[in-house]
Design a protein. Sequence first.
Lengths: 387, 387
Amino acid sequence: MQRTDYPATGAWDSSQPAGRRQFLSLGERAVALDVGVTLRDVVIAYETWGTLNAERSNAILVCHAWTGDSHVAGAADEGHPTPGWWEGLVGPGLAIDTNEWFVVCSNVLGGCQGTTGPASIHPDDGVPYGSRFPVITVRDMVRAQVRLADHLEVRRWHSVIGGSMGGMQALEWAITYPDRVASLAVIGTCAQSTAQQIAWGAIGRRAIRLDPKWRGGDYYDAAIGDGPWEGLAIARMVAQVTFRSDNVFTDRFGRDLADMDAENNGIGLWDKFEVERYLDHHGDRLIRRFDANSYLLIGKAMDLHDVARGRGGLEKAMARITAPTLAMGISSDILYPVYQQRHICELVARNGVRAQYAEISSPHGHDAFLIDLPQVGAPLTKLLTSL
Amino acid sequence: MQRTDYPATGAWDSSQPAGRRQFLSLGERAVALDVGVTLRDVVIAYETWGTLNAERSNAILVCHAWTGDSHVAGAADEGHPTPGWWEGLVGPGLAIDTNEWFVVCSNVLGGCQGTTGPASIHPDDGVPYGSRFPVITVRDMVRAQVRLADHLEVRRWHSVIGGSMGGMQALEWAITYPDRVASLAVIGTCAQSTAQQIAWGAIGRRAIRLDPKWRGGDYYDAAIGDGPWEGLAIARMVAQVTFRSDNVFTDRFGRDLADMDAENNGIGLWDKFEVERYLDHHGDRLIRRFDANSYLLIGKAMDLHDVARGRGGLEKAMARITAPTLAMGISSDILYPVYQQRHICELVARNGVRAQYAEISSPHGHDAFLIDLPQVGAPLTKLLTSL
């Protein structure tokens, strides 16, 4: 499967400024990681919308999900291979109104959209980290964001908001730095990844590892179109099915065939159904913009996500949250079922902190937090303006 | 990953008789397949329990699922790498009482437990079929079973029974040969595979194809332990997660770690959670007993399963069923949700045929049809004795 139109390795690490994206270089101020090592010369890519007020009290941190980036709103451009993932939710007059709020989003540590990750150059030898990049946790991602908050001189976020892995980061913010989070909003996420979530993640990792072109993670010298695309595409397929729902797949694709070879009555072993073409399309889009090692590491970070770790248990960890909390579930979410967001609410409320559960009624599954924006936006606006 | 204790390729095709297993050789009487080719010298491996009565009216055909085989009941032995998959349900005095019924089960066409499949020797050249083995449909599997029924001189089955892919075969029997099926019992199955089911199947196929040791399907000359085990194991992992349920995984494994390397605080990229060890264990067991090409082909057959194909639509196809029908769903089945079995019931009843829906209340997910035997057995017994 030679696909010569694919990017050269490293193309995703387009670390030149473009659009609004800015870069914070931490230089020698190393970031200490949960795994027990430190990273130096870390760069954090971020974007902002709106204006920080004089009291520096109107800042909102938005945290992105697995394959997201700092580009919450705006068109695709050189530095952002995709349009804003919350376009329509964040902007002037929108649910997160940038006439009122100063919105910040940074690419996560370990990512591949400007923030230091496995495709970045190791400061010691000028060669990409590759397999040498350490395992990252959600807490490590937050540690990098703290540096950014300090740089922006935002002492306290008016709100920290995120869906999916973004919600994991938001929870860690509210638990680790309760005095820096005035309100918390999480969507389609959990306080601790479950065994089933870990299982899905593990399958994706194994698929990438199986790809001979992954080469243990050191593939950045590969020729154009010769990276571990197939492994990454399979990993993405697994995720994509869990991000959607049975009935939406049935409505959209049914049992339609994508290609029908008359020779074998349309039942060739590799003839595709429409749903396979759809998954291919998503895999294809991802491998053009995302690094397989970042996918591996960020997926592992989600599996390792457990707010209870080192904090004397789940209840004690959640008891650290002092921020009024909005937890939103999605009715058709098979990956982060609604009981998980209800549980977050329950644990926060147990300590007398204001906690609201809101359910997005949607057929779209987990991805509804990126799709059903009016239902996402209304409770968010209410939270933001209620403080 | 060198695993020298794995079987040599072809070890699954243990075509020597053992235990009760018998073999029917079709010889030159070729089987015509949906894909448009014929297979000759087909061998069908089967087992029987109980005694066929003089009227030949007490025969029950049990159809097995994806990685099942003809060994419905009995201990593991040379010809049967696993104990009977419905041990406890089929036997003297059990729900399918072999004091009363003559029970037959055959390994499906394309399989690897004695019936002709891709690991079998091609009659033309003495080399395993490998990539030359044609795509098989569920209808083709039934075509082979018809030959077996004729051989046994069973004109009409008292019942055709199956769970999962076994249920697909049972449906095809009742639709294609209504005069040969006196009653029908299907569990955790569907009349048409959905887009989501196809998606899961496609991911598994891609994982096997990605394994360089699969070699396009022609790997039977591989050294011991050098087959496409990793690809097959990943494919099995996908299936295994869909066969179970979120809450059972949480109860059994939670977030426990299987190996904890003190060096990296238990968060190494390839350190495993317990749920991963469990999936590994299942993958490991499968690759010792199952052929990757059979896994591919049988999975494809399930994705191609559509009783409506070539029959003027679903309603017309289902209207051919004249057998009193029992359709059973499993409350926690995420792979074949209960709406699919309810729909089967509804379609059969629409034509004035007796149809009963029964639900297995179980936390175990799809696999409950192999686990919660008392709940499976009671409605089956009722059906069998009601005619």
